[in-house]
Design a protein around this ligand. Structure first.
Ligand SMILES: [Cu+2]
Length: 267
C-alpha cells in the first residue's frame, strides 16, 4: 500500500520527490516544464526511428540505394532554430528558478538560524550558533546503515541559512527532498537559504565525486517542530561535540576553531 501510494506520488510528479521546503516550488516547476518539453520531443524521435526502421527495413530482393538529398535549407533551419528556442526557454526557467532559490530571506524574516556546514573527506560537520558541533565521518565498512550518520537538526517552518564550507576539495550539499544542491568550494563563501515545511528525517549526501570514499559521505537531516528543536538545542552545551561514524572523530578544536573555517578534519 505504501509502495503503491509512493509510486503514484512519484508518477504524478514525473518521478520527482514532492519537495518539503518553501523554496522548492520553482525547482518543481522547472522539472515539470522540462518534462513537458521532453515528452513530445521523445515521442517524435521514437516515432521517426520506428518509422525509418520499419519503412526502410531490409527485404529480400529489394536492394536499392536510398534517394540522396542535401542542402534542404528549410529543414536545416528548422532543426537548428527549434532546439535553440527550446534550450533558451528552458534556460530562462532554470535561471529564474536558481535566482528565486538563491534569494536570501528578507530582512523582515528576523532571526534566521545560521548553521555552518563543513564538508571534508569524507564526512560532515554541522556547527550551531553556540559552537555545538555535530560531526560524522564515513563508516567505510557499511554503506547501508543510517544509524551512525551525522545529523543536521533543523526546526520546521523557520528560515535557515547554511554556510557551506569545504575543508579540502569540492563537495556538494544535496538533500533529495529539498530538490536542491549546492557546492562547497574551497575559498568560496556559499550560502543556501530555505525553510523546511514538513518535519521528518531526510537523507542527504555529497553529490560531487570527491575521492575514494565519496559514496560514503552521507548525512541525515532531522526536521522537528520548533518547540522540539528548541528543546534539543537547549540541551547542547556550547562548544560541545557529538560524533557519529566509526573512523574516529576529527580532533576536537577549541570553540573558536570550531566556529572558524580553519578546522582540520584530522583524519
Ligand atoms: Cu564529498
Amino acid at each position: 500500500m505504501h509502495l503503491a501510494s509512493s509510486l503514484l506520488g512519484s508518477v504524478s510528479n514525473f518521478g520527482s520527490p514532492q519537495g518539503v521546503t518553501k523554496q522548492d516550488g520553482w525547482n518543481h516547476l522547472l522539472w515539470n516544464i522540462s518534462f513537458w518539453f521532453a515528452l513530445p520531443i521523445t515521442l517524435l524521435v521514437v516515432c521517426l526511428i520506428g518509422y525509418a526502421l520499419f519503412r526502410y527495413r531490409e527485404r529480400p530482393g529489394k536492394e536499392r540505394v536510398p534517394a540522396q538529398f542535401q542542402y534542404h535549407i528549410p529543414i536545416e533551419a528548422a532543426y537548428t532554430i527549434i532546439p535553440l528556442v527550446v534550450v533558451a526557454v528552458i534556460f530562462g526557467f532554470m535561471f529564474n528558478a536558481e535566482n528565486q532559490q538563491s534569494k536570501s530571506p528578507a530582512p523582515a524574516a528576523g532571526n534566521v538560524l545560521k548553521i555552518t556546514v563543513d564538508g571534508f573527506q569524507w564526512g560532515w560537520r554541522f556547527v550551531y550558533p553556540n559552537g555545538h558541533a555535530e560531526v560524522g565521518t564515513a563508516d567505510y565498512t557499511n554503506i547501508n546503515t543510517n544509524s551512525d550518520l551525522p545529523v543536521l537538526y533543523l526546526p520546521a517552518n523557520e528560515p535557515v541559512q547554511l554556510h557551506l564550507v569545504s575543508l579540502d576539495v569540492v563537495h556538494t550539499f544535496y538533500v533529495k527532498d529539498f530538490l536542491y544542491n549546492r557546492d562547497l568550494i574551497p575559498g568560496v563563501d556559499n550560502n543556501v537559504n530555505f525553510t523546511v515545511k514538513t518535519p521528518g528525517i531526510y537523507q542527504g549526501q555529497c553529490n560531487n565525486i570527491c575521492g575514494e570514499y565519496h559514496a560514503y559521505m552521507r548525512f541525515l537531516v532531522q526536521v522537528m517542530p520548533a518547540d522540539q528543536y528548541n528543546q534539543w538545542y537547549a540541551n547542547q552545551p556550547a562548544c560541545s561535540v557529538t560524533t557519529a561514524g566509526i573512523s574516529g572523530p576529527p580532533a576536537p578544536g577549541t570553540c573558536d576553531s570550531q566556529l572558524s573555517k580553519g578546522f582540520q578534519a584530522g583524519l
